[in-house]
Design a protein. Sequence first.
Lengths: 222, 222, 222, 222
Amino acid sequence: MDDQQRPTEPPRADGVTSTRRLEAFSDGVFAIAITLLVLDLVVPPREGSPPGRLAAALAGQWPSYVAYLVSFLVIGIIWVNHHTVFDKVRLVDRPVLFANLALLLVVSAIPFPTHLLAEYLTAGADAHVAAAVYSATMLAMGLAYSALWLTVTRDARLLHEDVDPATSRAALRRFGLGNLFYLATIGLAFVSAVATLAVHAALAVYYCFDQLRTGRAGRGRD
Amino acid sequence: MDDQQRPTEPPRADGVTSTRRLEAFSDGVFAIAITLLVLDLVVPPREGSPPGRLAAALAGQWPSYVAYLVSFLVIGIIWVNHHTVFDKVRLVDRPVLFANLALLLVVSAIPFPTHLLAEYLTAGADAHVAAAVYSATMLAMGLAYSALWLTVTRDARLLHEDVDPATSRAALRRFGLGNLFYLATIGLAFVSAVATLAVHAALAVYYCFDQLRTGRAGRGRD
Amino acid sequence: MDDQQRPTEPPRADGVTSTRRLEAFSDGVFAIAITLLVLDLVVPPREGSPPGRLAAALAGQWPSYVAYLVSFLVIGIIWVNHHTVFDKVRLVDRPVLFANLALLLVVSAIPFPTHLLAEYLTAGADAHVAAAVYSATMLAMGLAYSALWLTVTRDARLLHEDVDPATSRAALRRFGLGNLFYLATIGLAFVSAVATLAVHAALAVYYCFDQLRTGRAGRGRD
Amino acid sequence: MDDQQRPTEPPRADGVTSTRRLEAFSDGVFAIAITLLVLDLVVPPREGSPPGRLAAALAGQWPSYVAYLVSFLVIGIIWVNHHTVFDKVRLVDRPVLFANLALLLVVSAIPFPTHLLAEYLTAGADAHVAAAVYSATMLAMGLAYSALWLTVTRDARLLHEDVDPATSRAALRRFGLGNLFYLATIGLAFVSAVATLAVHAALAVYYCFDQLRTGRAGRGRD
């Protein structure tokens, strides 16, 4: 039985496992969702449109490019922050798997509101509806992310030993702030769809900065 | 030849290998199948529909959202349970690779019956056909999962040493029960398509709870 | 500098690296190609077709289901055999990376001839063209696979030490045989498209059995 | 706390982590982008076209095949070079994550200009616009790649110890040369779209050769 060393680690008795496969599956979903966004960039049909009009047709698609960029940034940043969360995690249990699945549900749905907003951004009254759906998706994403963080930090044994649960809770409050902003953008959607998209771009930039600096004590280790 | 330590482990003489690549490939297929579901959420075409009707058009697509949610939950739970199975597995051989491939065949096909059911859920007689196809896919998935579990537990050397094959067989019986339910939903499809979808949602929730608690003895290890 | 142990292994001076990322990237391409096949299963449009005809419409799509199954089996088996090849490989260099890329080019293209054959299988003269394109793709796949095997076995240092290059060459001859069969199916395509698809299914089953048993001597190791 | 050994490594105090998840996520995006290219190979519609014309219809799609091949080669080579870069990298920090995300943004967008160029390659004046968009995407890719290399080599602690930053800078100059070529192809696009595509194929072959041979000194290690 000496060839057991290298293969995958045996499971613990209570269903708690390492983060390896959760990360692999999540990375897959993030990678696919972020890459499927490109399917919303539609090549103008060649048949039936007058020759020499391609440049104008492409330029007229600017809402698609902007929505593509913002959604790419949003999913990319969720991935970076997902990465940051699970760097602090040592082991996962079944509640963490399902909280993570809820986040992935929202992430994998993002191409839909993105396409919707790109299509209707310049459509008058319907633009407000499309922007509100987009904002609601971002709110759902923020809530799912907070719930995941809450699930992960509920049990200190799941975390690496140098992560301080108390400071982690402070990070959670900063997430809550972001969620309030997302909530506000649902209202903003009924004022201006373009402004809503701009605010989502700004919020994405806000999240570029590490919101999880948990003031770790054990600086001196490795 | 001392630089052989770190790279991938050499294969065993009889084609038995670690679970690493099987898990990576499976995670990929699960991640793609679950993310491709979003392609069924169709943006209502802007051309040719009266302005100001987007909210109503989106609301009219409720079968798509429900089918999306149920199928996401189903694939997500199969993934969690796949994860739980291979936590108990130490090594895989060729029969396991093919039993796993059969499960992936069904998983990767799920977007098709999902789309079918979303399209026809409110279509009178055709709704029954669509719901029966959906139920048959779930039955195929359950059978493939049972077959995988049977293949994995047929040889104790493939399992981590603290997994008890006898108790594992008990877990298999519980799977069999789920398969009977899936079989029944094929009949139910001809009564009510909506009720069929609701039952599949309920079965997914049933599978949320770990059906593989195999009463492991070796609690004290690692 | 003692924290260098765990992270990724440093590269060797001559660009030779472990198989880890090649396998991860390949697993991704295989997983996506095999899952994209489902996009060829088209839901019959509800608008414009008479109610109560869904079952008949689905039954009329049988070429799609058969082509889906055969292509799934083909890609699945290439993956299993790819897995078997790289189990024997210890290190990869740049030529191996590009030989692998050539194989992935063919693998990722398979959804196209699959869709083509499904669409034209019952189309008289055009069925022969579609079947010939399908067969040519399988031939390209077989040749790319042989080329990869040739590239990998050209340098014993790339292989695990217990792999015998001489026996490996014998395995290559068996691949060559398969390629002759693929070549023959191009001719067969002009006789019968359906028979061509049946032969590809049979060839896939032939490859289910491990064609890489290289009569390894070092049975007693681990 | 002795079961902490095997699971994922704890994070370092300053948010610096191993390259593992960055590589997994990137491999996913590369794999998906390269596989999505196949969606541009469109099966000629069977309805409405005269029987016996499939071969001619397929032959008429040659721009799609050429664009597919060139883009596959381009993405494949970026992946190989991405692989080569991160073989030299020991640890990543947040700036590297975002520089990598910028590269992935361009990579995941490549199916769009590829489809555009395939559709318009033979379209007279519009062909120039399509080729210019394709060239601009390649330039963006080259710039993002240079920026990533710059970010990675800005801090010697991120690199494996036997990588010489000075020589690495020389490699960067060779990348800069490639970017000038990409810039020139934007001009060339307005002369000939076909020639532009040919030059991109040639540039891809140029990048097949390892542009990162950094004249490493520490040959004798492992």
